[in-house]
Design a binder for this molecule. Sequence first.
Ligand code: PMP
Length: 406
Amino acid sequence: MTQFTDWLAEEDRQRRMASLHRDLHHRSPASDTLDLASNDYLGLSRDVRVIAGARSAADTWGAGSTGSRLVTGSTELLRDLESDLASFMGYESALVFSSGYLANLGAVTALAGPDCLIISDQWNHASLIDACRLSRSEVLVAPHVDPETVANLLANRRQPRALIVTDAVFSVDGDLAPLIDLHHVARASGAALLVDEAHSLGVVGPGGKGATTAAGLSGEPDVIATATLSKSLASQGGAILATSEVRSHIINRARSFIFDTALVPAAAGAARVALQVLRQEPQLSDRANVVAAQLRGILHEIGWSSPPPAAAVVSAPIADSALAVLAADTCRESGVLVGCFRPPSVPDGIPRLRLTARANLTEAQLLTTSRALQLARQAVTAAEHAAAHATNTAQSTAESAEGRTT
Ligand code: PMP
């Protein structure tokens, strides 16, 4: 029998040994740390108009939403937010959830089930993976961005229905899913395509209208998009975008909608204004993409390879978790907060530094970033040399010890 407290201590020990332990870092409102770890792609989270939108919604509708929409009723605020989101992204209708995570759980579980095969890209976000697990469907994990394999898996299925699920922009490397090809494959076999637009809304497509719009797929009856309000829209919450039949089905079947308290008014008010700002200032979307390319350029200049960003996510693979932590810590000591992705958050087990572009990043801030990354690179190189030296020394000690005994 293992005591609970012994198990907990052992888990902690193993995490620390593998450099996989995580701690919450304190964050103060007055901090002058440059935040390149956030998902605030359009730089709107502190925009006075967006904050006023949150305040005004709270004034009108209260601090909390008081219950599930099926129980306490659906407000005009949420109705207006849904119609704004649907018309912006080119869908017939939208349904908001209290987070993007719950929107994914709701969409996949309501649309799949035991009679449905799910094909899920190997690099999909954890919320889609969890949604697949909850759906009671058979789930086949397809190699990353591989529509041909998806087509084969669909052709050989035994289930009458099928659902392909994919991120539009993958959260780890920032690359784009082959949506047009996936849709061809889906349509040819009577399947539906579910696309998570978390990292594409606001930064992909004309004026940031999203990847399904850019691919000409929004509004198709067999395409369902999900989105978060917490990244480009600088707020909190999630949404499903689809036909009104799909919306109605989800209202009736998605447990993460039915049994969850409705989106809080302040979040809905903020997201609505952020969307208006994006409509009026589509250049914010272009700017976020330019900054992403600049961040990648900085990484390249200092010899750090990084795949070309399709949106605002820029990643730089690092050999191991301890070096990734060292690099992220060095950046933080130089005043720049960057993401440090380690297993289990990376599907291929390769840790990464992850930088996110923001439309309002200044040239001076880019310079600060460049300096911080240079120091991080130097620290990583020095640690690699020290490790190589230690291995060589250990080897020659072992060899000379062997020489003495034989
Ligand atoms: N999908 C993807 C691809 C994400 O990156 C995230 C959040 N990191 C989510 C869904 C979940 O969204 P939320 O944070 O609104 O729950």
